[in-house]
Structures are given as C-alpha cells and as structure tokens.
Design a binder for this molecule. Structure first.
Ligand SMILES: *Cc1c(COP(=O)(O)O)cnc(C)c1O
Length: 373
C-alpha cells in the first residue's frame, strides 16, 4: 500500500480523558455524541474510547451510524435521533437501537415494525422547545396521548424525553431560559398524564459549560470530547484537550524568483526570491478555500511556523518557507492540533466557521492513525 500523504493522528486516550473530565465536571451521566464519523475522528474507536472514559450512552444522528457501532462491538445504549419515514426501523429493533420520535407519523412507522416482530421499540420523545429543528411542537399533546396508550398496551418503551438547545454557546441569549422553561413544562405535562419521561436530557456541550440546572439525567456532549469548546473564545472547565493532529507531507521545496506569482488567480506575487513548499492536501481534504494566503494561517514544519501563501487548490497548498530554508521534500507539515501548531479553532476563526465544521470535514483521503503513547 502507498504511504499516506495526509494523516489525521487521533489520540483516543485523550477522548477517554476528555470524557472523564466532562463527567467529573457535571457529575452526570454522559452520552458521547459520535455522529459524522465522530466529528471526523473515526466513529468506532472514538465510541470505544469515550466508553472507556466513562460515557454510558452513545448518540448518533443516523441509524446507519448506530448500526456501524453495534457491528464494531459497542454494547452501550445508543440513541439515533434523525430518521426519515422510509427508515428500515426493523434494523433498529434488531440491533437494539433507541429511536427519537418527533411526530405521530414517525411513532406509527416505528410501532408498526415493532408489532410485526413482536418487540417493544425503545423511544425517546423529542420536544421542540425553541430550536425549531426536530421535536414535537403543535402535535406534542396528541403525541403524548398516543405514547401513553402504546405504553399501556406494552407496545413501546419510553426510554427518554429530550430536547436540544439552540444558543447554549451564548449563555446570555434569552432563548436558553425559555427552552429550559418549555422543557420543564413538557415534563410536567407528561407527569400530569401519568407518564414517566424516562431519562431527561437537553444539555449539549454549551449546556455542560454554562447550564448546570439543565443537566437533568444525562448530558449529550460532542465537541468537548474532541477537545474543543462550542465557541472559540471559551477557556475553562471542563478541561479538555484537542484530539486530532492533521499533517501532510511536503512534496516539493523550490526556490522561486522575485516577481513570480503563486497559484490559481495569481493572487500573490513575490517581492524577493523565496523558497516555496508544496504540501499535498487541499480543499478536497477539508482545508477551507477561504484560508487563501498570505498570512491568514500557518502550518508548522519541524516546529517552525510557515504561512500559507496563495490560493488553496483541490489537492495542494503552498507555504512560504522564507529566503533561506532547512525544510526538505519529505518533511511533514502539521496543519493543526500539534505541539506549537495552530488549532482547529484558529482555522475556524480565519475561515469564518466553527471547529465542528473544520474537524468533521477532514476528508476520507486523510488516513486516521491512532496516536501511540
Ligand atoms: C450534535 C448534537 C449534540 C452535540 O453537540 P455538541 O455541541 O458537539 O456537544 C447533542 N445533541 C444533538 C441532538 C446533536 O445533534
């Protein structure tokens, strides 16, 4: 096999340590959120690491992701919260995966599969408290009525009741308070109908940091597990460290004369003779094209910083190595996440996005390699 040019080195031990840190901070059971290939970190090993660190639940968006985890040996309870009506819910039952329910139609589709094979689907009732994505809103009372009947008929198990915060990375936003109140009201509605809500969960990583009164019975954390805070400015508890180091090989080093332009669009022109390094990764690998140089972002080679220069191509970027250089073809450039290198937050800030997007878009050409201590 050819040697990997692009390597995402993943410190799974650090995922475990981050999970421990979140649990110590919240003193609440943790659902490790591993959707989107664990934000780019590799879904199966990341889930195992989080469980090793004390997480007792796993959360995914899609049923496919949950099944992949079961096939990878994860036995902890798993919730998959995003299912189209055409989903093969039979699979969820076969693999013992909990499903989220936001509507009567969804509930009906899930229950009909359960009836066929004579097994009780495990569901989590999602309440829309103001995020306006998933979750029952107008239908909530009718859905609760239907769930109550199905519980009495022993045709479903209501394992949990949950919601999602829209602004938890902005603690001053008034929606946080409103969502908390609406969630509480939904729980009281269930109680008035004599229905146990099961495990109550609403806090994501922002909630973990800012809203202890919203921990309830479990917190769902993703980005903190991977060592980043939901918003870039945040420093503080729980103490977590980045998990992914992204590096790529320097393919070519060459001297370029003053006056030469660099890359697509000839957007940069050299004022003096410089050494330019060509690095083998580009926007197809998740480097935002907006990080066009000069001086927006840097990489480190042998511990020294070098700025990206010129546009990001699909498979390659160029860096300014200076008027003299010791860098050689074959050296490795660390893009982010290493010692003395940039962070995914630095990249996010420069590209006008969030670390979540930077991490989860690191492409399939980056070989995931476990860091060995
Ligand atoms: C992605 C997601 C989370 C985790 O969010 P973080 O901000 O990464 O902690 C939690 N719950 C749901 C429903 C999600 O979609």
């Amino acid at each position: 096999m050819a040697k990997s040019n692009i390597i995402a080195t993943i410190d799974y031990g650090q995922i475990a340590a981050n999970a421990r840190s979140i649990i110590r901070f919240t003193e609440t059971p943790l659902m490790a959120v591993v959707k989107a290939d664990a934000y780019g970190h590799g879904i199966v090993p990341s889930a195992h690491a989080a469980i090793f660190g004390g997480a007792t639940w796993i959360g995914t968006a899609f049923l496919d992701e949950a099944i992949k985890l079961r096939q990878g040996g994860i036995t902890a309870p798993i919730l998959a919260w995003l299912s189209p009506p055409s989903e093969d819910f039979r699979q969820a039952l076969d693999w013992g995966i909990d499903l989220s329910v936001s509507s009567l139609d969804q509930l009906q589709a899930i229950v009909s599969h359960g009836d066929v094979i004579g097994c009780k689907p495990r569901i989590h009732l999602e309440v829309d408290t103001g995020m306006t994505r998933g979750g029952a809103l107008e239908e909530f009372p009718a859905l609760v009525g239907a769930i109550g009947k199905l519980i009495d008929q022993k045709r479903i198990e209501l394992v949990g009741t949950w919601s999602h915060l829209a602004c938890s990375d902005e603690p001053e936003h008034p929606l946080n308070q409103q969502q908390g109140e609406r969630f509480q009201a939904a729980l009281e509605y269930l109680k008035a109908k004599g229905i146990s809500p099961g495990i109550r969960h609403i806090a994501n990583s922002g909630g973990v940091i800012h809203f202890p009164h919203l921990y309830y019975d479990m917190v769902r954390s993703g980005i903190l597990l991977y060592g980043y805070a939901p918003s870039t400015g945040f420093k503080g508890c729980p103490n977590v460290l980045p998990v992914m180091e992204l590096s790529a090989v320097v393919v070519l080093v060459k001297k370029v004369p003053a006056g030469a332009s660099i890359g697509y669009g000839a957007t940069v022109r050299l004022f003096e003779d410089r050494y330019i390094g060509l690095i083998a990764l580009g926007y197809a690998d998740g480097i935002p094209r907006r990080l066009e140089g000069p001086m927006q972002i840097w990489c480190t080679i042998k511990g020294e910083k070098f700025p990206l220069i010129g546009r990001v191509s699909m498979d390659q970027i160029t860096v300014d190595l200076g008027a003299e250089t010791t860098v050689q073809a074959g050296d490795r450039a660390v893009l982010f996440g290493g010692d003395k290198s940039a962070t995914a937050d630095d990249w996010a800030r420069a590209a006008g996005t969030i670390s979540y997007e930077i991490l989860s878009k690191i492409g399939a050409r980056a070989t995931r390699v476990a860091r060995v201590h």
